[in-house]
Write a protein that binds this ligand. Structure first.
Ligand SMILES: Cc1ncc(C[n+]2csc(CCOP(=O)(O)OP(=O)(O)O)c2C)c(N)n1
Length: 583
């Protein structure tokens, strides 16, 4: 009786599988594809995104009755960004599956996007039969060669015996140390072959080191630099979010009275309602953050990499500051900016060790200076005439209590979203920072919504970015994923238009989008569609969209020639930013 009950219970979750044994022996007698499936379950994979083809037929067959939720996308790029959005918003590894040749090459932009922003993604690609590799076989591409420079690691598997070890290594490498994407390219015959003996599961990664042991002398040197400073400033990057170090960051800031600015990817690492939060720095950072960087005498960067959009010309960056650089990746130290004190380690561990070593001076003059900048230079726009993109974002922030997960495309709307939404917690903004990938918003928001079914998920997109991947709205409709796609439709490739206006004498060259009706496109794809062009209609439309229980596209027709300010022009120092005039 007991045995019968157990069997029934097992059938509920996974009908066609044999009872699972532990250890490598359990895999004997399975095909490579079944081994892969078992390993994905053992890794805790709950969701996969992908698209089928000839070289992954055995894998799709093994997925026929899988308990893993499989999301069939319309394009492999969409699948890669969905896995990325899922990973960034949940902290788990995102998994994507694609076939050989064009399936795999369609992943490349998604992999490069994840790689630049250190996102843990495992991509499994089919490869042609091992005997045909190198013969220009049908749908053959050198996937390891092509993806080497846009992944943290990749591997080709040609023997079923190696599969279990390589998959284990892939997940380990993707999620440990500085996270990143990993490709496992599997020859179709290795997925079809049956495993005859227990496979080796032990990892074989002699050249792979995760963070070295924290050096207390480095932490002490950082504390000394902070304690000696009169005008310190914390700079928080994605590493704070990746390591779950937000609470430690806040404690340090509050204990030592240090204001905090963040990179684009570091937004949400500190609640922007805190008086110590200065919002984003850099090319489109707040005036307060940029002035503070230029005036501070000690800049403590945690999990940020001094991207050129953050620094401007390095020689002009933070000219009065001693630089303390905390990073899990030793190759980042001194890469872009000369460092005075380096601390190699995980952000959470470093900040935890730093906290008892720092003193608590009031820093009255420094904090007053910051209050004065904030008062003199708030983010501004004039809510008159056509709907302004900034007011849409301000309103979305208020209507969602600054608590939604917000995904973006790339362009002006991305910068306005970063500036105006009002970030309160980590993993709230999902955006392509390093690569700046237009088309990221639609699929990444779907991945984020699938990973966070109880949260409101917005995609605040540009009409150009949305157009690149809007076919995936169909994927959202098919699976009932309730993303609110808010298209800030200025009719232009706005960020490029802004540069043409400012630096090329307003000679607008190939930047007008001549869009279709996005509301009609939405309806054709099975989503709800709304169009708004008048201020009086805006609130009602946003409320209607937020109340929808399925995907909805709101085409908000905004002022076409609004520009993003502040703006640091190329070659200028942060304090030389243009603050913009109120139009
Ligand atoms: C895939 C890709 N191609 C080109 C670019 C260069 N680019 C950066 S912003 C931008 C315009 C974006 O237009 P839109 O999505 O409408 O947003 P807006 O700037 O109008 O808010 C372009 C073309 C890019 N970042 N990504």
């Amino acid at each position: 009786m007991a045995a019968k009950k157990r069997k029934i219970a097992r059938r509920k979750t996974h009908p066609a599988r044999k009872p699972r044994r532990r250890g490598p022996r359990r895999l004997v007698g399975l095909t490579g594809a079944e081994v892969l499936h078992e390993l994905l379950i053992a890794q805790g994979v709950k969701v996969m995104f992908g698209f089928p083809g000839g070289a992954v037929l055995p894998i799709f067959d093994a997925l026929y009755d899988t308990p893993i939720k499989f999301v069939l996308t319309r394009h492999e790029q969409g699948a890669a960004h969905m896995a990325d959005g899922y990973a960034r918003s949940t902290g788990r590894v995102g998994v994507v599956l694609a076939t050989s040749g064009p399936g795999a090459t369609n992943l490349v932009t998604g992999l490069a996007t994840a790689n630049m922003d250190s996102v843990p993604v495992v991509a499994i690609t089919g490869q042609v039969r091992s005997s045909l590799i190198g013969n220009d076989a049908f749908q053959e591409a050198d996937v390891c060669g092509i993806t080497r420079s846009v992944t943290k690691h990749n591997a080709l598997v040609t023997r079923v015996e190696d599969l279990a070890r390589v998959i284990g290594e892939a997940f380990h490498i993707a999620r440990t140390g500085r996270p990143g994407p990993v490709v496992v390219d599997i020859a179709v015959d290795a997925t079809a072959a049956v495993l005859k003996s227990p496979p080796e599961l032990a990892m074989d990664l002699p050249g792979y080191a995760t963070a070295a042991k924290l050096d207390p002398a480095q932490v002490a040197a950082a504390a000394d630099a902070i304690n000696a400073a009169a005008r310190p400033l914390l700079l928080a990057g994605a590493g704070v979010i990746q390591s779950g170090a937000s609470a430690q960051l806040r404690r340090l800031a509050e204990k030592a009275n240090i204001p905090v600015t963040t990179t684009l990817l570091g937004l949400g690492s500190i609640d922007e309602q805190s008086p110590l939060a200065l919002q984003m720095l850099g090319m489109h950072g707040t005036a307060t953050a940029n002035y503070a960087v230029q005036e501070c005498d000690c800049l403590i960067s945690v999990g940020a990499r001094f991207d050129d959009r953050v620094t401007g010309p390095v020689a002009t960056f933070a000219p009065r500051a001693k630089i303390v650089h905390v990073d899990i990746d030793p190759t980042e130290i001194g890469k872009n900016v000369p460092t005075d004190v380096a601390v190699v380690g995980d952000a959470k561990k470093v900040l935890t060790r730093l906290l008892p070593l720092v003193r608590s001076p009031a820093r009255k003059a420094w904090l007053k200076k910051i209050r004065d900048w904030r008062k003199a230079h708030p983010l501004r726009y004039k809510a008159a005439g056509r709907i302004k993109p900034q007011e849409v974002i301000d309103r979305l922030g208020e209507l969602t209590d600054h608590d939604a997960i917000v995904v973006t495309g790339v362009g002006q709307h991305q910068m306005w979203t970063a500036q105006h939404y009002g970030w309160r917690r980590p993993r709230q903004i999902i955006t392509s920072g390093g690569l700046g990938t237009m088309g990221f918003g639609v699929p990444a928001s779907i991945g984020a919504a699938i990973g966070n079914p109880r949260r409101t998920v917005l995609d605040i997109d540009g009409d150009g970015s949305f157009s690149m991947t809007m076919v995936e709205v169909r994927t959202a409709a098919r699976y009932g994923v309730p993303v609110r796609f808010i298209v800030l439709n200025n009719g232009y490739l706005g960020m490029v238009r802004q540069w043409q206006e400012m630096f090329f004498g307003r000679r607008y060259s190939s930047v007008d989008n001549l869009n279709p009706s996005f509301a009609e496109v939405a309806r054709a794809l099975g989503a709800h569609g709304l169009t708004v062009s008048r201020r009086a209609e805006l609130d009602g439309a946003l409320r209607e969209a937020l109340a929808c229980n399925g995907p909805v596209v709101v085409d908000v027709q905004v002022e076409p020639e609004e520009n993003v300010f502040p703006m640091v022009a190329t070659g200028k120092a942060l304090h030389e930013m243009k603050l913009g005039k109120l139009a």
